[in-house]
Ligand binder design. Structure first.
Ligand SMILES: [Zn+2]
Ligand SMILES: [Zn+2]
Length: 398
């Protein structure tokens, strides 16, 4: 592995920062301590900062040389509303909040790159260090963009990285095209007519309507979308009735839809609405259908992804540069990639053996109370981010 020595020498400092962040998780748009810590460190390293984009976002503006060229490096800062099961020393000190997605590690890797670039200034251009809030809930990337991120700080490309449990530590994946799905939610309310459970003929029972809709929704996946297009429809909440002897007057269903292409998503939304409303009519019920598009698919740009792989080839043996199989989770970095070319890479987090004694008994996967970021990979991630900045400007304008 060919890492930047000056970053490797900071490994124990970075581990301390990461564990401090882990112990003090903050939920989406509440990242005040975290953003203060980021702002203080950047300032201490002589990097001018801009605060307040997306409420708690911080942008470090690291300019060197005379070039007017610029790129962005992005990390997310927020934690999840999960009660941590780990008992080790750096476990969460805030009940019901936990860095269970490794954003403590992402923030630290970007700080590691910032520290190196600020000290060595061996690049010609401006690196925007984007520390964003609220990836988990609320679309902090989109909020920073609404507040003018790319107008205030125009950049040629933007790069981000997420840890990936299950991929060995020391391995990085960067793949062109779709890597994460879009995230969408639906809610439907079936309005029937309540009545005595022993006299169903006098009511319009919304529950069999819900059953018919539930069955028909899965035919969108098996019969309507193209077989080679990937998509998921999951009904995750059904609420109706309070007592055994009363037919309720309404039933509510909610769930999630994941898809890669806009074409498939449009088709799924249209078919769901048709099925919901027409099925309701068949049974004599009325159905309200709402569909909300949260995060679009994360689609890596071809040239920028090739650039990331090129940079990786100087850092890692070929066996440690892998292709990411697309997964159906979603990520709000997708908004940034819709506006600016770039690439979202994945850094292996290992299988959980790195965890300190006292960790929870469950698996070390994201959004899980037994998870912990793997500190061993901090120098690797920080080196990649620093090298992306240095080498982007070396290549000359595309
Ligand atoms: Zn997450
Ligand atoms: Zn995450």
């Amino acid at each position: 592995m060919n890492l930047i020595d000056a970053i490797t020498e900071q490994a124990s400092f970075l581990k301390g920062v990461r564990r401090d962040l882990h112990a003090h998780p903050e939920l989406s748009f509440e990242e005040t301590r975290t953003s203060d810590l980021v702002a203080d460190m950047l300032t201490q390293w002589g990097i001018p900062i801009h605060r307040g984009l997306g409420k708690t976002g911080v942008v470090g503006i690291l300019k060197n040389g005379a070039s007017s060229r610029a790129i962005g490096l992005r990390a997310d800062m927020d934690a999840l509303p999960i009660q941590e099961s780990n008992q080790f020393a750096h476990a969460s000190r805030h009940a019901g909040k936990m860095h269970a997605c490794g954003h403590d590690g992402h923030t630290t890797m970007l700080l590691g790159a910032a520290q190196y670039l600020a000290k060595h200034r061996d690049f010609d251009g401006t690196v925007y260090l984007i520390f964003q809030p609220a990836e988990e809930h609320g679309g902090g990337a989109r909020e920073m963009m609404r507040d003018g991120l790319f107008e205030k700080f125009p950049m040629e490309a933007v790069f981000g990285m997420h840890n990936m449990p299950g991929i060995p530590a020391g391995t990085i994946a960067a793949s062109p095209g779709p890597v994460l799905a879009s995230n969408n939610e639906f809610k439907l309310t079936i309005r029937g007519k309540g009545g005595h459970a022993a006299m169903p003929h006098l009511s319009v029972d919304p529950i069999p309507v819900a059953g018919a809709i539930m069955q028909a929704f899965q035919t969108i996946i098996s019969r309507n979308k193209k077989p080679l297009e990937t998509a998921v429809v999951s009904i995750t909440m059904i609420h109706a009735g309070d007592v055994p002897n009363v037919i309720p007057d309404r039933c509510e269903m909610q769930g999630t839809v994941r898809a890669y292409t806009a074409e498939t998503l449009d088709l799924i939304e249209r078919r769901m609405r048709e099925i919901a409303q027409h099925t309701g009519a068949v049974f004599g019920a009325e159905v309200d259908f709402e569909f909300r598009r949260n995060y679009p698919s994360t689609i890596n740009h071809v040239a920028e992804t090739a650039f990331v792989r090129e940079v990786l080839q100087d850092m890692l043996p070929a066996s440690q540069i892998v292709t990411q199989v697309p997964i159906m989770a979603a990520e709000d970095f997708s908004f940034m990639l819709e506006a600016v070319p770039g690439c979202y890479a994945f850094i292996g987090n290992g299988d959980g053996d790195h965890r300190d004694p006292g960790h929870g008994a469950g698996p070390c996967v994201v959004h899980n109370p037994n998870y912990d970021f793997n500190d061993e990979v901090l120098p690797l991630g920080a080196t990649l981010l620093a090298q992306l900045a240095r080498k982007w400007f070396e290549r000359g304008p595309g």
